[in-house]
Design a protein around this ligand. Structure first.
Ligand code: COA
Length: 374
């Protein structure tokens, strides 16, 4: 048995971002357009008038201040309200693969490794650009990695579930080095015309390199243990899929083809699941709250993270103990906890423990206890 370690992480951040002010201006213009186009139906009681969104609500309810996106123009056009992403030919790299490769190269550079050192690529994300061939295999080919690759989807928990799969293979010796890549084009499965959720998501890609601790060329985070759990819920759901085409005509605009959630229920139901999950994992590892120097949590909602931080540590965490990135990136699904880990882990001292935890649709929750070396 070998000791798995995280030796590098990388983040691809799109160039464009949308502030809450820009988002709300566009959304409210769309509301005006919708209400005037449907004025007669609304007056007759056959349609419901849409209401304005507000910057104050978004910040207060979520803690989000802006989000990065691959395409800004379509999202902010009141007559479009979705990203305009060019259909690429089969000969071109797909968008997810391109974003994933950028993040993967950064993770490799940090670890002092070349793509040819890697023998497994897992593309773990919430929504795949296509069913097959696997995006992971395309990333493998673009990087020039030998070995094998596969896609997996556990929604917002995809990264931690991917890390568990990779760490277990490194531990057993079936692979020597694995890249877990999380390209998240959340802007394309978000319904930007829905006031309840239009502010939630952003686009990004993250990558994590996992290899034997003995192979590390510099400082690394030993993966001490991982723990994954799932429990079925319809409260976060997306019904898009290959059966869409076999439905009767007129279904192209069905609301359930995009991201759907019952945000209040998610908030209430997921918090106890995550708190209990982390507590049990820490107990198993014999790690007390005072041993834990950092929590890198899934980035969906600031109040939610504050609650989990307080529950886990038994006190209000200092901002540096539980870093949030959601104010800049919004919810980036599986990538959120890895962005936080990538940006806020260098300063930990030799021997310090930390915990990465992601949670979301499924329901699903995954946690990784790490210890800094070097
Ligand atoms: N602007 C202004 N008002 C808005 C609004 C907006 N964009 N969206 C909703 N509102 C209104 C609602 O209509 C509601 O009004 P009412 O009280 O008159 O009915 C009020 O604000 C509260 O709405 P609600 O949806 O209950 O807000 P919330 O406090 O639950 O916050 C979320 C919404 C989505 C931010 C929050 O529930 C959340 O973060 N949930 C967990 C999400 C999560 O983790 N999802 C995982 C996805 S991977």
């Amino acid at each position: 048995m070998h000791t798995p370690a995280i030796t590098g992480t990388g983040v691809f951040t799109p160039e464009k971002f949308i502030t809450n002010a820009e988002l709300v201006t566009a959304f409210n213009a769309y509301v005006d357009l919708y209400n005037s186009e449907n004025a007669e139906e609304i007056a007759a009681g056959n349609a419901v008038a849409k209401e304005y969104s507000s910057e104050e609500f978004i910040l207060k309810a979520s803690g989000i201040e802006q989000r990065f996106v691959i395409d800004k123009s379509g999202v902010l056009d009141p007559e479009v309200m979705h990203p305009l992403l060019r259909q690429r030919s089969d000969d071109e790299p797909s968008l997810m693969a391109e974003m994933g490769v950028d993040a993967a190269l950064k993770a490799l550079a940090q670890a002092g490794r070349k793509p040819t050192d890697v023998d497994l690529v897992i593309c773990a994300a919430s929504n795949m650009e296509r069913a097959y061939p696997a995006i992971a295999i395309e990333i493998q080919q673009l990087l020039g990695v030998e070995g094998f690759a596969f896609d997996m989807n556990v929604a917002c928990s995809s990264a931690t579930f991917g890390i568990q799969a990779a760490a277990d293979m490194v531990r057993s010796g079936s692979v020597r080095r694995a890249l877990v890549v999380n390209p998240e084009i959340c802007s394309a499965h978000l319904e930007w015309r829905d006031r309840d959720c239009h502010f939630i998501f952003g686009d990004v890609a993250t990558a994590t390199l996992i290899e034997r601790a003995e192979d590390a060329t510099g400082a690394y985070f030993q993966i001490k243990s991982t723990r994954c759990a799932t429990e079925f819920s319809n409260n976060i759901r997306n019904n898009n899929g290959f059966l869409r085409r076999s439905r009767p005509s007129g279904t192209a605009d069905r609301r359930d083809m995009q991201f759907m959630q019952n945000g209040r229920k998610v908030f209430k139901e997921v918090l106890p699941i995550v708190s209990a999950h982390i507590a049990a994992h820490m107990e198993n590892e014999n790690i007390s709250a005072t041993d834990l120097k950092r929590l890198w949590l899934h980035q969906a909602n600031k109040t939610m993270n504050d609650f989990i931080g307080r529950k886990v540590l038994g006190r209000t965490p200092a901002p540096e103990e539980q870093p949030n990135i959601l104010q800049d990136y919004a919810n980036t699904s599986s990538a959120g906890s890895i962005i936080a880990f990538s940006k806020f882990s260098d300063d930990l001292a030799d021997g310090d423990h930390g915990l990465i935890c992601s949670f979301g649709a499924g329901y699903s929750v995954g946690s990784v206890v790490v210890q800094k070396h070097g």
